[in-house]
Design a protein around this ligand. Structure first.
Ligand code: ADP
Length: 751
């Protein structure tokens, strides 16, 4: 409940509660003190009343004893008594008896102190004269007042007198002769109404004052003031006060009285009288001033509380005003008002708080300005980046929409959920069919291509991209298309990926066609080579026969026939000879491809020297000089390498200029190759023929100028290419020619 109140009401309430508690405490203390004081004064009153009544009772009894003693000492009484006793049953005695009665009689008056008086003779205890004639002749020998009264004046305590059928109290005294002889016991029965009057006499201090006596049998001995019915000896009393009192205790207590009403009680045990005196007053009356005091206290407390409430509210406002100002400032601040500055009205903790708040607000304002600045910069950068992204996205979208390549986006499970028209066309699926059903890669992939997909997925998982690979797709109509796929994982964390798919069916078909044609070519080439070889080989024999016989014809019939015949035979011999050369060269050419040997490490220097040896005659004939630089060892077909050097050297010798031929062979490493060079000082070649001279049968000169078949360089080209190299020439007319050829350093050419 308190939690829902504002600070001011809460503080005020706390102050008011505190003041109320304080007032209640003080009031309760004052009331308790006042009540205790009242109790003490009332108890003192009751005690003094009790003392007074006890003293009055004692005094009354003493007076009664004195009365008896004085009457017993009366000379006339003594004299008449002596007469009566001395001569009983005489006229004198009767006269004396009558005088005695007459003397006693005046003391017995209605409502007086004594109800009756009597004289008891001491020997047998018989009443010899009495104001009540009924008493005369009775024996009182066992009565305490008789027994005690023989010795001294005495008052017998209250007792129940059977004869009276009620309470009695009797005073007595010895009547003695002049010589001290006991004549009789004078006894007077007391009027208890007097004692009652003494006890129940109202003190006047309180209206509910009451006092009474009770005897050891817990019976009322005097009539309580409060009771109208006669209760003496009629009613018992059994209260805490009577119990304590009859147990011999004297004291005070707060307890209920015989009516059950709370009272303040003083009780005194009158040991001499064997009676209990109880004096009391009703608490309701005794504490009336206390209640009035309490009511006043309540009124004053209420007034003080009202005043305290006002003060509390004022005080609470004084305390909470700066706090509320602080709160209002903080609220405005939290709502965005950064101009808030709290007034510093004091140097206390609240002042400190306000100062700290101002410092904090200023710091936050500065930070916010800085943040706004950062945010502005960030927004600017985001806008720029967004524009860039939009451009990139537009480009990408154009690429996708251009349908020059298939684009598909698939989930981690392989389900395709985005694709462009190119892709769908490739699969033969309409967009409607694609939208209706889930298309998975595995559904459109022939089983034999699934391993390729698995490899690509594994690579994607490892690196995020996969090496483009080729596969086939199964189209909806059952036909197949060849595609080239490149996958990449998208930046999202759900494992989705994008695939760029190019339809390469046409290329694949072209490749297949090319391969088929290459196969055909290879086969026809092989057949051709085989044909050339077989033809050149098989032609050798008949040609050799033609040549032999034409030569034989020439030898035998030269000059025997006419001149034309000699000339014709000479043509036939020359033709057969040229044909033999041609066929030999052709055979050599065809053997390069069909009769090659496995590659082995070949020392190029040795191969060159073998070629030089083979050309020794030709060299000598033309006075040629052949030199060479250090040459490497290469993996090669050794006889073909010799053939290569030999063809190039022989051309260098054959196509010499005015100077004797001078040829230099060298080799240098370049990259993974050896570049060999064969340089001569011959007639040189027009650069325009640099390619042509490597074609079979292509010659730049007539046979008359330079003999030859036009096959030598074609053989060289075929040998070099078989070794995985190239051959070319650099030359200018009349400046010599340099033939270059390359060989792999590690001999990895096809064999
Ligand atoms: P052949 O030498 O039998 O004519 P080749 O194939 O060896 O056939 O040569 C083809 C042609 O290349 C020759 O006819 C010649 O014109 C030219 N040729 C070859 N080697 C040289 C050279 N070292 N210098 C000048 N021309 C040459």
């Amino acid at each position: 409940m308190m939690r829902h109140l504002g600070l001011t009401p809460r503080l005020a309430l706390v102050f008011v509660l505190f003041a109320a508690a304080l007032l209640a405490g003080v009031s309760a203390l004052a009331y308790a003190n006042g009540r205790a004081a009242l109790l003490a004064s009332t108890t003192a009153d009751l005690l003094s009343t009790a003392h007074e009544k006890e003293a009055a009772l004692a005094s009354w009894i003493e007076h009664r004893q004195a009365d008896m003693a004085a009457l017993a000492a009366s000379p006339r009484l003594r004299a008449d008594l002596a007469l009566l006793l001395a001569n009983p049953d005489t006229a004198a005695a009767r006269a004396a008896h009558n005088r005695l009665v007459a003397e006693l009689q005046p003391r017995v008056t209605s409502g007086g102190t004594y109800l009756s008086l009597m004289l008891i003779e001491p020997v047998e205890g018989q009443v010899i004269a009495a104001t009540d004639p009924a008493e005369e002749g009775k024996f009182k020998e066992d009565r305490p007042y008789f027994l005690e009264g023989m010795r001294h004046p005495y008052v017998q305590n209250v007792y129940y007198a059977i004869g009276l059928q009620g309470l009695a109290m009797t005073a007595s005294a010895p009547v003695t002769s002049a010589d001290g002889r006991l004549l009789a016991v004078l006894a007077g029965r007391l009027n208890l109404a007097e004692m009652s009057a003494i006890i129940s006499r109202h003190s006047g201090l309180h209206q509910s004052d009451d006092a009474f006596l009770i005897n050891p049998s817990s019976l009322f001995v005097t009539q309580p003031y409060m009771l109208t019915d006669p209760v003496v000896l009629q009613r018992g009393i059994h209260t805490e006060a009577s119990r304590r009192c009859l147990a011999g205790q004297s004291g005070t207590l707060l307890a209920d009285d015989y009516r059950g009403v709370p009272t303040i009680i003083v009780h005194r045990w009158l040991a001499e009288r064997q009676l209990c005196l109880i004096v009391k007053v009703d608490q309701s009356e005794a504490f009336v001033p206390a209640r009035a005091f309490g009511a006043q206290l309540l009124l004053i407390s209420a007034l003080l509380l009202v005043v305290a409430s006002g003060v509390a509210i004022g005080l609470a406002r004084t305390i909470t005003r700066p706090v509320l100002a602080l709160q209002a400032g903080a609220t405005r601040f939290s709502q965005g008002d950064r101009s808030v500055t709290l007034p510093i009205t004091s140097g206390d903790e609240l002042g400190m708080l306000a100062r700290t708040f101002n410092t904090m607000a200023a710091a936050i304002g500065a930070h916010e300005a800085q943040l706004r600045d950062y945010a502005g910069q960030l927004e600017h950068r985001v806008a720029a980046r967004t524009a860039e992204l939009q451009v990139a996205q537009t480009r990408l979208q154009r690429l996708v929409d251009a349908n020059i390549i298939g684009v598909a986006i698939a989930g981690a499970g392989g389900e395709i959920f985005e694709a462009n028209d190119y892709y769908l066309d490739m699969l033969g699926v309409t967009r409607h069919e694609f939208a209706c059903g889930q298309v998975r890669w595995s559904d459109v992939t022939p089983p034999e291509h699934l391993p390729a997909d698995q490899r690509a997925l594994a690579e994607l998982a490892a690196t995020g991209v996969c090496t483009p690979y080729e596969k086939e797709y199964l189209r909806r109509d059952g036909t197949r298309v060849w595609v080239m796929i490149a996958d990449a994982v998208l930046p999202q964390e759900d494992g989705s990926m994008i695939a760029l798919v190019q339809n390469i069916t046409d290329r694949k078909h072209a490749e297949q066609e090319l391969a088929r044609q290459a196969d055909d070519l290879r086969r026809s080439n092989a057949e051709l080579q085989q044909f050339a070889y077989v033809a050149s080989h098989d032609l050798q024999e008949p040609l050799r026969m033609v040549s032999s016989y034409t030569q034989l014809l020439a030898r035998r019939y030269k000059g025997r026939l006419d001149a034309d015949a000699d000339e014709f035979i000479a043509y036939a011999v020359d033709g057969a000879s040229r044909m033999q050369t041609l066929i030999n060269d052709l055979l050599t050419y065809s053997r390069v491809g069909t009769r090659g040997k496995p590659f082995t490490p070949v020392d190029c220097k040795a191969a060159l020297e073998q070629a030089i040896t083979n050309l020794k005659l030709m060299s000598a004939e033309h006075g040629a000089l052949i030199t060479h630089a250090p040459l490497p060892t290469v993996l090669a077909d050794a006889p073909q390498l010799v053939q290569l050097f030999q063809n190039l050297l022989s051309n260098g010798i054959k196509y010499h200029g005015a100077e004797p031929p001078c040829i230099h062979v060298a080799a240098e490493a370049r990259g993974a190759e050896w570049i060999f060079s064969v340089c001569d000082n011959g007639i040189g070649i027009e650069p325009q023929y640099a390619e042509r001279i490597f074609i079979i049968f292509q010659r730049l000169h007539t046979r008359a100028e330079y003999p030859g078949t036009g096959i030598g360089l074609a053989i060289c080209k075929k040998i070099v290419e078989r070794h995985g190299g190239r051959i070319w020439v650099e030359s200018q007319p009349d400046q010599g020619a340099t033939f270059y050829f390359s060989l792999p350093q590690h001999g990895d050419a096809s064999q």
